[in-house]
Design a protein around this ligand. Structure first.
Ligand SMILES: *Cc1c(COP(=O)(O)O)cnc(C)c1O
Length: 403
């Protein structure tokens, strides 16, 4: 009974509603208690009415929960809400962003398959492909994110998957997702997009032709730095494989974290709007400062892919990177002069963060690899939070003053 309490009302009323309505309401099923907010179900297992009921549920003949590695009502609400927001047929939650990527590759690729990855992806994503997947016979090559001809040229007869992060971290490069999806499909391959930096509030890759997307929910979906999690979404036929892997291997999301993320999703678009508005102001302001050599932000007309960003995203994101004059020493002086902004490599938080990519997130790359990724010693990355803009400027001005 719990599941039917107002499910009919929700399912019929949520047809054709807008993004913000889905963000607040999609996927919720109330229990007979009538709770207004979503219930948390911290349970590992479920009881059956009879032995025959247990058998029918295990056989999948009757819908219902069996074990929380398979399904959990709070987690399912989160999955249905993400699917609704991404315009995907189905979503499945994972314990972290990395386990979302792992589950995509483990479920869709086999030994002997070839995977193409954009060069500028998250550091652990590269380690996962380089150190582990290669060991299991998956062939991996890297391509410059924005270069469509290079993607096409790098495809081999056994290319199974193209994996990209757009916009990239920390330099905010983009790829034309619709064009890349066409290339992938013409080669018989799938396109997967890490949509972490935009979230569905700014970009919906599946609507642009991508086959599958994933998130680190740890970032903007939570938005307040409280928990780890991830999610994969896509067409039902592909998701069947991903769900199968997750149920077997087990890096599934805890109900408590699913609940945190549900609360995060309810404010996702207003938060993203505020993050992006401040990021735009800061990027424009930084570009005017004498100690700054270059600002990387897709909302600036100086960004080489500004027009693509306008077409593909509804806003430009909240990560602003810039090079200061004076190399690593000046960059470190700048960072150490700030007093409010948090020195940490995390992002997607209400609290603004500042980091030096060359010696942190990209510190393990060789100098040549860093240079080819465009990460110079004078680069600083700011992930803009929700503090007052005037206070952010005042704190960054402390950095500018010591250049
Ligand atoms: C953080 C991050 C990940 C990994 O997510 P975790 O939740 O830390 O496992 C993957 N991709 C991007 C773009 C990220 O920022």
């Amino acid at each position: 009974m719990t599941q039917e309490w107002d499910a009919g009302r929700l399912d019929s009323d949520l047809q054709g509603v807008g993004f913000d309505t889905l963000a607040v309401r999609a996927g919720q099923r109330r229990t007979p208690e009538g709770e207004h907010s979503e219930a948390i179900f911290p349970t590992s297992s479920y009881v059956f009415r009879t032995a025959a009921d247990a058998a029918a549920r295990f056989a999948g003949e009757v819908p219902g929960n069996v074990y929380s590695r398979y399904t959990n009502p709070t987690v399912r609400t989160f999955e249905e809400r993400i699917a609704a927001l991404e315009g995907a047929e189905q979503a499945v939650a994972t314990a972290s962003g990395m386990s979302a990527i792992l589950s995509i590759v483990m479920s869709l690729c086999s030994a002997g398959d070839h995977v193409l990855v954009s060069r500028s992806v998250f550091g652990s994503t590269i380690s996962l492909f380089e150190k582990y997947l290669k060991r299991f016979g998956v062939q991996v090559d890297y391509v410059a994110l924005a270069d469509l001809q290079a993607w096409e040229a790098a495809c081999l007869p056994n290319t199974k998957l193209l994996f990209v992060e757009s916009p990239s971290n920390p330099l905010a490069e983009l790829v034309d997702i619709a064009a890349l999806a066409e290339i992938a499909h013409s080669k018989g391959a799938l396109l997967a997009v890490d949509n972490c930096f935009c979230t569905p509030a700014l970009q919906q890759p599946i609507k642009l032709g991508a086959d599958i997307i994933m998130h680190s929910a740890t970032k903007y979906i939570d938005g307040q730095g409280r928990g780890m999690g991830g999610v994969v979404a896509g067409k039902a036929a592909l998701m069947k494989e991903v769900v199968g892997f997750l149920r077997t291997a087990g890096p599934t999301l805890s109900p408590f974290n699913a609940w945190i993320f549900l609360k995060g999703l309810e404010t996702l678009r207003v938060r993203m709007q505020a993050h992006c508005a401040s990021a735009q102001q800061l990027a424009e302001w930084l570009e005017q400062q004498p100690g700054i050599e270059h600002v990387y932000y897709a909302g600036l007309p100086s960004h080489p892919q500004h027009d693509l960003a306008k077409r593909q995203q509804s806003a430009f994101g909240a990560v602003v990177s810039f090079e200061v004059k004076g190399g690593k020493e000046a960059a470190w002086r700048f960072i150490d002069a700030t007093r409010m902004i948090s020195i940490t490599t995390n992002l997607g938080d209400t609290k603004t963060t500042i980091a030096h990519p060359a010696t942190t997130s990209h510190g393990r790359l060789s100098p040549q690899e860093r240079a080819s990724a465009g990460i110079s010693d004078s680069l600083i990355r700011v992930a803009v939070g929700l503090e007052d803009l005037v206070d952010l400027k005042a704190d960054l001005a402390r950095g500018l003053a010591v250049l």
